[in-house]
Design a binder for this molecule. Structure first.
Ligand SMILES: [Fe+2]
Ligand SMILES: [Fe+2]
Length: 348
């Protein structure tokens, strides 16, 4: 990790009687690009993404019913509202980056929702072995939403010492969860404490992870009373930038715009993977359709959007002639229109 700045951060967060010390966490210093001079994150040879799981939940009607009973998406708090674990699946991706010298770095992005479901997904995609053999270099949590984070135990059971990367915007409850506290009403249960290195990413600038790979934190309020999402950038030599996201609550337009303005090589977009939170709960509405039309300006060569992008949104991308990557619609994924469970896409 470049630009590492180790601080003894001694703040202790206390919620509901339990305390979690952040002592020893690493707070890397971001690359702060000068105006008009985008950050140089280096280059890599290729990026392969395996969809461990893109199924956030099984039944949208049930999910919405639960949300409304808890006060609606803006008032409900995911850490205190009752949630039905049987309806939970989860989002998680394995990112394998080949560097220019041929070495491979591996990132696990997110840990899904239902730990039992995620244990199955890890088995089906070989992530279980990679975790056990310590071959995951970074376990990055894009944001603390239940479908990306409540399955934490599935990952930590296989490797409690894995290096975790979280955004500075994580709520105290999320940090307590990592320290082994369960939130039983919300069905967020864990029996394993994170014992490895913790990297907390600051809200500003671009964080370089290794040559050709970086992330940035978008400090925004998100439904279910959480804040902030971090999204990834990869600079593939001779191809361009690949953007990889969890839910993209900041919107695809803000995400791609940030990349263009702040990352060297951002004038040439190449690929896109992950959830875009466009139509996750139902039909495509006019403002969201406008976002999709707005994506045209970036001229992506490969678009692999799944998870909370929503099937109507992917169908519209296809209708507009975008280079949408399809899948096999198996192991829980409902359509061949997008990259689904156990499908993979290579950029480079
Ligand atoms: Fe999600
Ligand atoms: Fe989300």
């Amino acid at each position: 990790m470049d630009h590492m700045d180790r601080r003894d951060f001694l703040t202790t967060v206390t919620v509901g009687g339990a305390a979690f010390s952040m002592a020893g966490a690493l707070w890397p210093t971001p690359i702060l690009a000068a105006p008009g001079k985008p950050a140089d994150i280096g280059q890599c040879k290729s990026v392969k993404v395996t969809c461990v799981s893109e199924v956030g939940w099984w039944d949208t009607k049930k999910l919405i019913k639960g949300l409304m009973a808890a006060g609606g998406p803006k008032k409900a708090d995911q850490w205190t509202m009752p949630s039905d674990l049987n309806n939970g699946a989860g989002s998680s991706s394995l990112i394998e980056v080949t560097l220019l010298d041929g070495k491979v770095k591996r990132i696990l992005l997110d840990t899904g929702w239902n730990p039992a479901y995620m244990a199955w997904r890890y088995q089906m995609t070989g992530v279980d072995k990679l975790l056990k053999q310590n071959k995951i270099d970074y376990f990055i949590v894009s944001h603390e939403h239940l479908d990306h984070f409540f399955g934490l135990e599935a990952t930590l059971r296989l490797n409690p010492k894995v290096t975790m990367v979280i955004p500075e915007t994580f709520r105290p409850q999320a940090r307590q969860f990592m320290a082994g506290k369960s939130f039983t009403k919300a069905s967020a249960v864990t029996n394993v404490k994170h014992q490895g290195k913790l990297m907390v990413m600051k809200k500003s600038g671009v964080h370089k992870l290794f040559d050709g790979a970086a992330l940035s934190v978008f400090d925004i309020p998100i439904i279910l009373k959480i804040r902030g999402e971090q999204s990834l950038y990869f600079n593939v030599k001779d191809k361009g930038l690949v953007l990889i996201t969890g839910c993209c609550h900041q919107t695809i337009l803000k995400y791609a715009d940030f990349a263009q303005k702040n990352i060297k090589g951002g004038d040439k977009m190449y690929g896109l993977y992950g959830g875009l939170h466009i139509a996750p709960f139902g039909p495509l509405k006019p403002p969201q359709a406008a976002w999709i039309r707005g994506m045209a300006q970036y001229k992506f060569k490969k678009v692999a959007s799944n998870h909370c992008t929503g099937l109507p949104a992917v169908a519209y991308m296809k209708k507009l002639g975008y280079p949408v990557v399809g899948g096999r619609g198996m192991e829980g994924s409902m359509s061949k229109l997008y990259v689904g469970n156990s499908d993979a896409v290579t950029f480079g």
